[in-house]
Design a protein around this ligand. Structure first.
Ligand code: ADP
Length: 600
């Protein structure tokens, strides 16, 4: 643009300069010509006056004539202030005001003489005189006698004055020319600036748009083509900005959808490079997007089976669904969906992979089927006993009263157990499905605990076990009273069952309050400790599982179902509490429950 402006300015200067120069030259020529013309006219006039007033002498010897005319010439020179020459019709110089005529050559061929002889009026010429070393204007008039030319009278004047004034004109002209150049330069720069400036602005805005900077606009206040171009550029920038905003909005939306998805999403381009990876995918693969983006998919070497699936999908270009177990960075079962992405033109664009963590689903399914198997097994044992003893009775044992009685007792016990088992299973399923919401109410702990312990007293007495109660302070807690009772009775009953005769079971209740005001962060701690057989370390993590028993035979003999602790744990969790166990074989077991004092 700068170049264009300079060129435009130069063109302007050249145009203006050359026209001023042409005008100057023309003027100088005109001036010179009219000056010379008027000078010629006045010289001619003078010559005619001289011609008329001169007394022409034709006779005499040549030296006489020379002297005569030279004297005349010298005399006239003084009054006319010009060189005068008398020339005979044959060209011989007879007299000259400035030179010796005897030494001068024939003048017949001089331009002014030839002119004068031809026109019979006058002749003129401009010539450089080597004698005076300057340009001279010569004017000659013929001396006529009838039709015959008898001689010529010539006057010569220096053109110094003319040339001086012409030079002056040139001097002024050059000065003017320079001034015109400067002014023209300035004006043409302004003009060029006003022409190129809007183009420059438009170019810079266009450049900004190319650099994806859409907030710049052209300031247009012209209505010409440049103004229209500016408007067009502005409208283009508006629409581009709008489109870019829309695109980035869509992109953000898509990004937030992708990032908040729990499924992993991976996109692989046509070259087999990873083009996109959301946060869940990073977590599942155990690599950050930074490490994987732009890399080939088979870089994920830890997941050999996964990369094989991708290769297969690339080969067959069809949807593939499979379940794969990942061991790195964490063991999990993944459902993998691979879909080739087809472009509108039918071209293959890449691969979209969706990873779905189904570990929990599969574990739940496994637990459910295990539970069904366990339940069936647990139900089968008492039913088999009932059936077996009833058969034996029917086969004749009925007659032996003693035996019959003991058999019936077993049948009764087993059906009792069956009843309890079914009751517990139903209870557990009710709690697990959260069909019955908790009924929270303030529970006055001291009398409530006293009541629970009282219920267990008979059983404890039967085994000669001492039941100890310790409530630290008189306070209330918010809980579902029936559920809380169920929890405590279950644990006390376990304590009594798994403690040999003469042992001790203790229930301790404390309030864990940090500040003066009671908040939902404050807790109640129940500790149920016994001096029983204890639980081996290896079994500790599993005792809250359904049907899990450390010693099956012992549990059976104590009438246990293996569901008690599982129910307890669920109920504690429904109260937003925690339960943990500490135990040492042969020394005793301690269950510690912590529950919030109040609920919001
Ligand atoms: P069960 O009806 O068999 O008692 P629970 O779910 O109540 O079932 O208990 C699971 C298992 O945990 C029991 O079979 C027993 O082996 C062990 N257990 C529970 N409480 C105690 C305890 N206080 N002392 C020793 N072992 C216990």
């Amino acid at each position: 643009m700068k170049k264009f402006r300079a060129r435009l300015t130069l063109i302007f200067i050249i145009l203006i300069g050359s026209s001023v120069l042409t005008a100057g030259i023309f003027m100088a020529r005109m001036l010179q010509q009219s000056y010379i013309e008027s000078l010629t006219a006045s010289m001619e006039r003078e010559l005619r006056v001289i011609k008329a007033t001169t007394d022409w002498r034709q006779s005499g010897s040549e030296p006489e004539l020379f002297r005569f005319y030279s004297d005349r010439a010298a005399m006239l020179r003084a009054s006319a202030d010009a060189r005068l020459t008398f020339i005979r019709s044959d060209g011989k110089v007879l007299g000259d005001s400035d030179h010796d005529p005897a030494l001068m050559e024939n003048h017949l061929e001089r331009e002014e003489i030839r002119d004068a002889s031809a026109s019979k009026l006058y002749g003129s010429a401009i010539r450089y005189s080597s004698t005076v070393q300057r340009n001279l204007l010569y004017v000659a008039v013929p001396l006529l006698e009838g039709e015959n030319v008898t001689g010529y009278l010539r006057m010569a004047m220096s053109l110094e004055d003319v040339e001086g004034s012409i030079r002056q004109v040139w001097f002024v002209l050059t000065g003017m020319l320079l001034a015109v150049f400067v002014i023209a330069g300035l004006i043409s720069y302004r003009v060029a600036y006003s022409v190129t400036r809007p183009i420059e602005l438009i170019t810079s805005v266009a450049r900004q748009i190319t650099d994806m900077n859409y907030k710049y606009r052209v300031q247009v206040n012209k209505r010409d083509e440049i103004g229209q171009l500016g408007h067009a550029i502005n409208r283009m920038a508006d629409s581009l900005e709008l489109q870019m905003n829309r695109i980035s909005e869509d992109e953000n939306r898509l990004k937030s959808v992708l990032e908040s998805m729990t499924s992993g999403v991976i996109m692989i381009d046509r070259e087999g490079k990873i083009a996109l990876l959301n946060r869940s995918a990073e977590e599942i693969l155990g690599f950050s997007a930074k490490e994987l983006l732009g890399k080939s998919f088979n870089q994920a070497k830890q997941q050999y089976e996964f990369t094989q699936l991708i290769q297969e999908c690339i080969d067959v270009r069809d949807h593939i669904r499979d379940e794969v177990i990942f061991y790195y960075p964490k063991e999990r079962i993944l459902e993998i969906n691979l879909n080739p992405i087809a472009e509108a033109g039918g071209e293959w664009e890449g691969l979209l992979i969706v990873l779905h963590d189904i570990t929990a689903v599969r574990r739940l399914e496994r637990m459910r089927s295990e539970f069904v198997a366990n339940v069936s097994h647990e139900l089968k044992t008492p039913i088999a006993a009932v059936k077996g003893f009833a058969e034996t009775l029917l086969a004749g044992a009925l007659n032996d009263k003693e035996t019959a009685r003991s058999f019936l007792q077993i049948i009764f016990d087993e059906s009792e157990r069956l009843n309890r088992l079914i009751g517990d299973i139903l209870e557990l399923s009710k709690i697990e499905s959260k069909r019955i919401p908790l009924q929270f109410s303030p529970v006055h702990l001291e009398p409530f605990i006293g009541n629970c312990v009282h219920v267990m007293n008979t059983e404890a007495k039967k085994k000669g076990i001492e039941l100890e109660l310790n409530v630290d302070g008189d306070f209330y807690m918010e809980a579902d009273e029936d559920r809380l009772r169920q929890i405590l009775i279950n644990l006390l009953s376990n304590g009594i069952s798994y403690t040999p005769e003469g042992g001790r079971v203790r229930l301790k209740v404390e309030q864990l309050v940090s500040g003066k005001e009671v908040t939902e962060h404050d807790k109640v701690r129940f500790t149920i400790a016994d001096t029983g057989i204890g639980i081996p370390k290896k079994d500790l993590p599993r005792i809250f599982e359904r049907f899990y028993r450390v010693d099956k035979a012992r549990s059976r003999s104590s009438g246990g179902t293996g569901l008690g602790l599982s129910i307890v744990k669920h109920l504690v969790e429904l109260h937003k509490g925690t339960i943990r166990v500490e135990s040492e074989v042969g020394v005793g077991t301690k269950f510690i429950i912590e529950m919030p004092l109040i609920h919001n």
